[in-house]
Design a protein around this ligand. Sequence first.
Ligand code: NAD
Ligand code: MG
Length: 398
Amino acid sequence: MGHPLRVTVLGATGSIGLSTLDVIGRHPERYQAFALTGFSRMAELAKLCLVHRPRYAVVPDETNAALLRDTLSEAGLNAVTEVLVGADALCQVASHTDVDVVMAAIVGAVGLKPTLAAVQAGKRVLLANKEALVMSGALFMQAVKENQALLLPIDSEHNAIFQCLPTQQGNDLRALGVRRILLTASGGPFRTWPLEALAQASPEQACAHPNWSMGRKISVDSASMMNKGLELIEACWLFNARPDQVEVVIHPQSVIHSMVDYVDGSVLAQLGNPDMRTPIAHALAWPERVDSGVSPLDLIRIGHLEFETPDEVRFPCLALARQAAEAGGIAPAMLNAANEVAVAAFLDQRIRFTQIPILIAQVLESEAITAATSLDDVLLADRVARQHAERWLQQRNL
Ligand code: NAD
Ligand code: MG
């Protein structure tokens, strides 16, 4: 083997970023941190820089850059790690000629440009930032093809589906003998709550996921099942599926991470403990396998696996996402933007949990759904949807 693969971790200080660096740290002969980026939790970023000694660190502003430079020079690492500032630097470290692998683990629409920069530079791109793909769908997949990037899904469901399909993405599912994709969902913390209680749900309750420990935005998305809606759209792009070829199945144990149902009646599933280091290690090493640090699955202790149909009255976000998937064009970008504003407003306690889908539905109805033929179309749809959402909040003095 040649040199260790040089990895840029976009969003190194987040839940996925930290899990990625945990796996990288287990295999110093195979992987080396090339650039680490963070937007908040600067003390965490400094700590990561001391351990992983990347060539670059990216921070949001000059104040944080000065602080990080001080810490690095105290540790004698100022010649090892160069500190860069701002959004352009994210694209720079994502597309740098010396980078082999980019982990796209920034949360939300802000991750689109750097993720796309990695794709355009033809990198091996590990995609956790599902919002980027949801927003720009066809354009993103076209860029993957044109630049011969290797796109590997990190979302546990999509990583599972990838493992259960015979070849890479972009194929004709029917030709592969696939009847449908079974996208599993835990149902989140509110699956069994009385419906009337949902209006009183607090951010803390929404973020207390039964099986996974994740960032706050995706935790709220899991509680509303918008996460599964975004994942439905993500699956359509990654695996060249129509929305009606993807069925959502509630599976509260989160042991089966998704399945592929074939025309001969075979159903292939990928199982494992709910720990993101498994899909991360899979995508880092693919087509090889490396240890992830995840403990072996103990099926006897788990005992039983359950399955249910999702309740679209309880989870209106799921239906909204399916509609956006079917509408196509700028609809998924608008859905995503409205959801980001709604989730932030819920986390700030400006709106109730049950107002999240109401706000999103309003935004989707406020604009004609046009085609998304360029990145500018997508970014404009994102901006306009955010403006509509903010206006909705202001009109209610929220
Ligand atoms: P997180 O909130 O823990 O981390 C987000 C990261 O993005 C942090 O490093 C943060 O500093 C960075 N960031 C936030 N705003 C930024 C900005 N404006 N500019 C630059 N960087 C910014 O989130 P997470 O749970 O790690 O999720 C990251 C992505 O992975 C999300 O898209 C999420 O949907 C996806 N994902 C996460 C999980 C999980 O288990 N956590 C599972 C599947 C998919
Ligand atoms: Mg997922």
